[in-house]
Design a protein around this ligand. Structure first.
Ligand code: XMP
Length: 328
């Protein structure tokens, strides 16, 4: 795809002109396709003068932090720092059950951790006489630009969205947004021609507050582990059935419900996993996905058999609106 290839070349040229010969750039990455493609372009443009930061907030998916680190650092050669802040996040989430409070705690803590990491990187860079951090890279897409201009995204007003907007005021950085004229499918095409792993390029969206908003009730390490295992099995079976790309977004959540079950000849009184899968074009409206029964049967029995603490699996058959895609 030559238009995409020439887009990369032009963008690299533009970034080099904007950043100049000595300034440094910082940017948060998540392992999602947008931030990874943006980071790739920046890294090709200015090499190690770009500093990618991955914040481990303790509510990412199973092995996600290590996997993202492996791909970005080893396969894509991006200059990456991982800020392990999972204790800080989980500590602050202790006892919190209100969805908006969870979102605010995670959003604010994220900014705090990212800024602290930025200050460390800056100190290091200045000490070596290598210039200053002057720019912030963001993986903003065209639909995000539209949504923030009109400020009318239904979920923007319903849920506090996690973003790094607050960073700009505090850190006095200038923003660079290489993807701001592109749609998601174009970013995926870019990712593919830049050699990014297919699995990453096609990953479903994952919210900034992570699985904290997929655990209804208090977020504890034990609850996080249950959702991680269930979600891992769910996605694995979806991929095995060849349905991953048909579904726009799928995830497992933990409901604040215990119910009675039986295991061998013993009574159990354990938790409930909720399966969510939707099809959508723009994530503003969505239909629940119609699974073949045999796939559901497999997922359910694997989760109940393999995830300790779970004795019941339920399927969410609500469309958006009136339900949202995430449960909180
Ligand atoms: P809802 O739940 O509002 O979600 O129907 C629509 C889409 O947005 C994602 N989402 C988020 N993404 N930070 C994000 O980066 C957030 O705080 C956030 N909340 C929801 C959600 O996963 C879905 O794709």
């Amino acid at each position: 795809n030559w238009t995409m290839a020439s887009f990369v070349d032009k963008e690299i040229e533009r970034i080099r002109n904007v950043v100049g010969p000595t300034a440094q750039v910082i940017g948060a990455v998540s392992g999602g396709v947008d931030s990874t493609v943006a980071a790739m372009i920046m890294s090709k443009a200015i090499g190690d003068r770009f500093h990618a930061v991955l914040v481990d907030n303790g509510v990412m998916r199973l092995n996600e932090c290590q996997n993202v680190q492996e791909i970005l650092q080893k396969h894509l050669g991006i200059n990456l720092t991982v800020a392990d802040a999972h204790d800080l996040f989980l500590g602050r989430l202790k006892g919190v059950t209100d969805p908006e409070k969870k979102r605010k705690i995670i959003g604010n803590t994220f900014i705090e951790v990212f800024e602290a990491e930025g200050a460390k990187i800056e100190a290091h860079v200045e000490q070596e006489g290598r210039g200053k951090i002057e720019f912030l890279l963001q993986g903003t897409l065209y639909p995000d630009v539209i949504e923030s201009i009109s400020f009318k995204g239904p979920s923007a007003t319903i849920k506090t969205h996690h973003n790094v907007g607050g960073l700009l005021d505090d850190m006095k950085l200038k923003v660079i947004e290489p993807l701001r004229e592109l749609f998601k499918d174009e970013v995926r095409a870019l990712g593919t021609i830049m050699g990014i792993d297919e699995e990453l390029v096609w990953r479903h969206p994952f919210p900034g507050p992570g699985i904290a908003i997929r655990i209804l009730g208090e977020v504890t390490e034990a609850q996080v582990n249950i959702v991680r295992q269930a979600d891992h099995i769910y996605i694995e079976e979806i991929k095995k059935a060849g349905l991953y790309r048909k579904i726009s977004q799928a995830y497992a959540a933990l409901l604040p419900i215990r119910s009675v079950g039986v295991m061998g000849d013993k009574r159990t009184y354990e938790q409930t996993i909720c399966l969510r899968a939707v099809e959508t074009k723009d994530f503003m409206t969505a239909d629940w996905f119609e699974f073949p029964y045999d796939v559901l049967k497999n997922i359910s029995s694997r989760i109940i058999n393999e995830v300790p603490g779970v004795n019941r699996v339920m399927l969410d058959v609500s469309s958006k609106p009136p339900a949202t895609i995430e449960l909180e």
